[in-house]
Design a binder for this molecule. Structure first.
Ligand SMILES: Cc1cc2nc3c(=O)[nH]c(=O)nc-3n(C[C@H](O)[C@H](O)[C@H](O)COP(=O)(O)OP(=O)(O)OC[C@H]3O[C@@H](n4cnc5c(N)ncnc54)[C@H](O)[C@@H]3O)c2cc1C
Length: 465
């Protein structure tokens, strides 16, 4: 059992990717490091254990990526998805520093694999972890432990004592008792507040009751609230969140990656009134999947239905729950509790509007509709090949965007514009500095890894000062 009364140099709150990158880096810099993690050991690793891939800048193809992904391309992709809502200085710093991750991660135990085939067009820009995020987190914990990082599980930090912008101690519930942990510097890496439904309701109202949380129930935002209470400067839209179309049958928390549905571009999506509400084929799925959660959140009762036919099925990742299957559209509608006539009409409308074209899931193909509102811009083939399949969809919240402002040393910026002396933040709790809106697949880990390492270095050096 960890002796929590010991004098630590660096306290890391949160044992996900950002926290472990910080802890390993601080320890390698000579600091005595403690990680406090809310979850039990088997559920350690926060949302990071659900990940699969990380986006990074690189100059050439390797065994695991198909080509170069330059800093400029990376920046252009980021600028496009955020619509410019990004701190360009921090964004470019993240991109530049991401280059080192290709070596740093394997040096700390992570192994790569070649990307799997699927609807995600990431083979050039992203590295895939062998065994996914779970294996990555296990590797980091093993490395950290070998280096002498101390970790206490089932240890939720409830309060931070901060005086004049300086961290003093953290109050936590550890080993079944309240305790106060002292350290010379703190790295807050406790994720967003996506698992805190009452907090989400402040912005989304009762609709939030129908949200499914894709990751850990432990990301309650307590540390974010503490930093803001002590004068940390907020960043990011409080209502902003990364939210995808999720199988409505997924568990309320921790369903992870397998409950996401990638069927949307290959069929139509209707709400419970059988109305289409967005262009399902607007752009490549990795560039669009993150808007569908919000689109569904805006529909009556926050539910929608993805409708595809037999020829669409091989083009997206198989779903963990089998689709609802029927020989006719009317029968499918009945099974989904939708109006059979209305769904038949919606499918007929698509089928009439679909123009002849060359179907190609790998490009923005020529299969588009004419005269359909909203249009379907690509992959618009008639839904005419039985059996027909339907999936109920709910908004699946991945993470929230509200965070604390940081500088390029990962120091938390206070309301007066000055950096806190010994308070650092990394990962989702500060990602809003760089991702004001939108998302790039694999970029959550990039931000957490880059800023985790910066924070770890900074905290260790502060502790040594
Ligand atoms: C299903 C899913 C798939 C994803 N896939 C990818 C992907 O492939 N690539 C990618 O880049 N991103 C992906 N993401 C996003 C990615 O998970 C996050 O961007 C990233 O993991 C955030 O890392 P973090 O360290 O900031 O937070 P987390 O990994 O969530 O870690 C936060 C930790 O803090 C702990 N904690 C919270 N509050 C407290 C407290 N008060 N006291 C103590 N501990 C606390 C939590 O228990 C948790 O372990 C995915 C997310 C989900 C949910």
């Amino acid at each position: 059992m960890v002796d929590l009364s010991a004098p630590f140099d660096v306290l890391v709150v949160g044992g996900g990717n950002a926290g472990l990158c910080a802890a390993i880096t601080a320890r390698r810099a000579g600091a005595r490091v403690l990680v406090l993690e809310s979850a039990i050991k088997d559920f350690r690793g926060g949302n990071s254990r659900h990940t699969r891939d990380i986006r990074y800048m690189h100059r050439a193809a390797t065994d695991f990526v198909t080509g170069a992904y330059t800093a400029q391309e990376f920046w252009e992709d980021l600028r496009q998805v955020t619509g410019g809502e990004t701190n360009e200085h921090l964004a470019r710093l993240t991109i530049q520093n991401s280059e080192e991750l290709g070596d740093w991660m394997p040096a700390n135990g992570v192994r790569w694999q070649k990307p799997l085939r699927g609807t995600l067009h990431l083979a050039k820009s992203n590295l895939f972890m062998l065994g996914g995020g779970k294996a990555m987190m296990n590797a980091y914990y093993e490395t950290a432990s070998k280096l002498g990082v101390e970790t206490a599980y089932e240890s939720e930090v409830s309060e931070l004592k901060i005086r004049d912008g300086e961290f003093v101690s953290a109050l936590a519930f550890c080993n079944g008792a309240s305790c106060e942990v002292n350290a010379k510097a703190i790295v807050v890496a406790a994720g967003g507040f996506e698992a805190n439904i009452p907090w989400l309701k402040e912005y989304w109202g009762d609709a939030a009751d129908n949200f499914i949380i894709r990751g850990t129930k432990h990301n309650q935002g307590r540390m974010l609230k503490e930093l803001l209470r002590h004068g940390g400067k907020p960043v990011g839209d409080p209502r902003g969140c990364h939210a995808v179309a999720l199988d409505a049958r997924a568990p309320k928390f921790d369903g992870g990656i397998v409950t996401r549905l990638d069927s949307v571009p290959f069929g139509i999506v209707v709400n419970k009134n059988v109305k289409r509400f967005y262009d399902e084929g607007e752009d490549f799925w990795p560039k669009r999947y993150a808007i569908w959660g919000k689109l569904i959140a805006q529909q009556p009762d926050q539910i929608a239905y993805s409708i595809v036919d037999a020829k669409a099925l091989p083009h997206f990742m198989p779903s963990v729950f089998p689709p609802v299957e029927a020989r006719s559209i009317a029968e499918l509608a009945s099974s989904l509790d939708l109006d059979p006539q209305a769904l038949t009409a919606a499918v007929d409308e698509l089928n009439r509007a679909a123009q002849p074209g060359t179907f190609d899931p790998g490009s923005l193909d020529s299969c588009r509709t004419e005269g359909l509102h909203p249009p379907k811009s690509h992959w618009a083939r008639p839904i005419d090949t039985p059996p027909y399949y339907g999936y109920p969809l709910r908004p699946g919240i991945t993470f929230t965007y509200l965070g604390v402002t940081v500088d390029e040393q990962a120091r938390v910026i206070m309301q007066d514009g000055r950096p806190a002396k010994n308070i650092f933040a990394a990962g989702e709790v500060m990602a809003g500095n760089i991702l004001g809106k939108g998302y790039l697949a694999g970029f959550g880990l990039t931000i957490g890894s880059v800023f985790g390492r910066i924070a770890g270095r900074g905290a260790a050096s502060r502790a040594a000062a």
